[in-house]
Ligand binder design. Structure first.
Ligand code: ADP
Length: 251
């Protein structure tokens, strides 16, 4: 579903991802953990084509997202191609990024109508189903500013799912929330993980959540994977000292 093949990302002289290799299978839930600044968010931003790689190749469902050599010719993916690949990927950010001047329902139906070309009736019906999934059936006419952070984040999750993505990227989705609101948002995500086969890449500091939801955990440090394994092994019997010291600091 996703392949990173020797991906390099630099900001100026700072090498953020250093020949990074990993792959994610269809339907897999992979948690990316590791200290702040280790390159986790950059991976999600590369997949969303919010950043360009400096080297290597990224593949999504067999389609390249990056420049590649075909023989001696450097081939750059077209904007149309990138839009098509990107439309298969949904992302939920730490800051919910809802449109403040639109109602909850309008936030969710905007892209399905304008990007996917769904009718208003069809988009509204799907949005109502998703609002039920995230426990906000009675909020469709509210404006985001009238909602708690946890409610806003649940709207953002519904909005991402409304595009029927094959891949969902979650970037520290509970970091901006008051502690008492975290459980609701994680509960919704657990339910989505249980009831769909969406491939998920989850950047999180919530180790309990990573342990519950992930099939596999990748531990990052300084733009490299220092350890990977199933959650049970990583959290109970980490092999690397770097993983042990990271887990000691966050748990
Ligand atoms: P993480 O998600 O693991 O905390 P990030 O991927 O956000 O790490 O960042 C990795 C490194 O890249 C950090 O050192 C960060 O300062 C740097 N970085 C990220 N985005 C930019 C940018 N737009 N310009 C310069 N440096 C950046």
């Amino acid at each position: 579903m996703i392949v990173f093949d020797k991906v390099v990302k630099r900001f100026g002289d700072h090498v953020v991802l250093d020949h990074l290799d990993f792959r994610v299978e269809r339907g897999e839930r992979v948690a990316l953990i590791g200290p702040s600044g280790s390159g986790k968010t950059t991976i999600l931003r590369l997949l969303m084509t919010l950043e360009d790689a400096n080297g290597g190749v990224i593949w999504v469902e067999g389609e390249p997202l990056t420049h590649q050599f075909k023989g001696d010719t450097l081939v750059k993916p077209s904007q149309k191609h990138l839009r098509a690949v990107r439309s298969k990927i949904g992302m939920v950010f730490q800051q919910f990024n809802l449109f403040p001047n639109m109602t909850v329902l309008e936030n969710i139906t905007e892209a399905p109508i304008h990007v996917l070309g769904k009718s208003k009736a069809e988009a509204t019906e799907r949005a109502r189903q998703l609002l039920a999934t995230v426990g906000l059936r009675d909020k469709e006419n509210a404006h985001p500013t009238k909602l708690s952070g946890g409610q806003q984040q649940r709207v953002a999750i519904a909005r991402a799912l409304a595009m029927d993505p094959d891949i969902l990227l979650l970037d520290e989705v509970t970091s901006a929330l008051d502690p008492e609101l975290v459980a609701d948002v994680l509960g919704v995500l657990r339910r989505i993980a249980e009831t769909t086969d969406i491939t998920m890449l989850i950047v999180t500091h919530e180790m309990g959540f990573a342990r519950d939801v992930a099939d596999r955990v990748l531990v990052f440090d300084e733009g490299r994977i220092v350890e990977e394994g199933d959650p049970e092994q990583i959290f109970t019997a980490p092999r690397r000292e770097r993983t042990r010291s990271f887990l000691k600091a966050v748990v």
